[in-house]
Write a protein that binds this ligand. Sequence first.
Ligand SMILES: C[S@@+](CC[C@H](N)C(=O)[O-])C[C@H]1O[C@@H](n2cnc3c(N)ncnc32)[C@H](O)[C@@H]1O
Length: 239
Amino acid sequence: MERADKVWQNSALVATYLEGVRGGIPLAQEQIDVMLRLIAAAGGERALSFLDLGCGDGVLGNAVLDRFPSAHGVLADFSEPMLEAARQRMAQHTGRAQYVHADYGLPDWVDAVRPFAPFDAVVSGYSIHHQPDQRKREVYGEIYGLLASGGIFVNVEHVSSPTDWLGAMQDELFVDNLHAIHPGQTRAEVASVYYNRSDKAANILAPVELQCQWLREIGFTDVDCYLKIFEEAVFGGRK
Ligand SMILES: C[S@@+](CC[C@H](N)C(=O)[O-])C[C@H]1O[C@@H](n2cnc3c(N)ncnc32)[C@H](O)[C@@H]1O
């Protein structure tokens, strides 16, 4: 299996994801809108401290900084090419973002961000699904420990399909979306790249219901799947 720690150190794969895949995620803007609405309701209008875990180029963190002028955040990732992309994307927010190189596959990642805690919000996008289920659950517990009381965790995440038939629906929708943003390619060409992409093997998907259950067991309240279309889910809870 291609491991996430190998996949995301690869500059070419990073460029493919950022330029060719991120924009094709179904309901991507709606996911961000829901995330921002939840953060606002949890108190984001005041000076807000947040963590974007597995930030990539900072698409989520950037949206938080755009929406909340008093916010400041920590963007954490274990991929140097991604952190560099984040620095470039966030250039207009100089002074409001810190970049932290950390691998949350290991519990000591918490030490790298603890100096900035507690956080009013922790967001994560399409990242934690690279961990085995037991570690996912531990990471959620570690996030809980980093949140301020009343703080919110929002995971914009790739989750598993209950059946293969529904999994095929997800794949076809994603290919349609990718085809729409790559009009110069045939749908068959887009589908071939999609089905053979190298980061696919690094995905370890889990049902959203199970992950919400873990959050409740950890102690989160107001846990729910706030938005979902096939395998794309926005879920989380408040401390
Ligand atoms: C699919 S990208 C998503 C990036 C961004 N959050 C988004 O929503 O587009 C997954 C990101 O998670 C990061 N990542 C994966 N496993 C990680 C780990 N164990 N520790 C830190 N970052 C990790 C990768 O480097 C990559 O930037």
